[in-house]
Unconditional design. Structure first.
Length: 131
């Protein structure tokens, strides 16, 4: 997750990058797929996405909830698409469902890993069914 800008709710943005050729990537990269420069960012948390596929992991890394429902989702933004992988808030989901990103202060337990808790960010976005 990128902290390039904040959303209206004061949460970190789910920032994707837009490039001179019109392409969008998530997470953002310094250069676009064709080597073009970044021209701006888009906060994906302000958009809905469609579930492309999803799965449930029952063998999760330390500190990650079990079972862990994950999805690949696709955002359509101004005739461009960008995909993201993330946790789901529920397993009551189907391919083709519309979802929205929701901020989570803790995607995993920082005390359960092998790294020092202060050495990385533990927050991010999950996807829940759109209203």
């Amino acid at each position: 997750m990128s902290r390039e800008s904040d959303s209206a709710a004061g949460e970190p943005a789910m920032a994707a990058a837009r490039y001179a050729d019109g392409s969008i990537t998530y997470p953002p990269h310094p250069l676009g797929p064709d080597g073009t420069e970044r021209t701006g960012t888009i906060d994906l948390s302000e958009h809905t996405a469609t579930v492309v596929t999803w799965t449930t992991s029952t063998a999760t890394p330390p500190g990650v909830r079990e079972p862990n429902h994950l999805a690949i989702v696709e955002f359509e933004i101004e005739d461009e698409s960008v995909r993201a992988l993330g946790q789901l808030t529920t397993n009551d989901i189907e391919i083709g469902d519309e979802v929205q990103p929701v901020y989570a202060e803790e995607l995993r337990d920082p005390e359960a890993g092998i790294r020092e808790p202060a050495s990385q960010d533990w927050d991010g976005y999950r996807f829940e069914p759109a209203d």
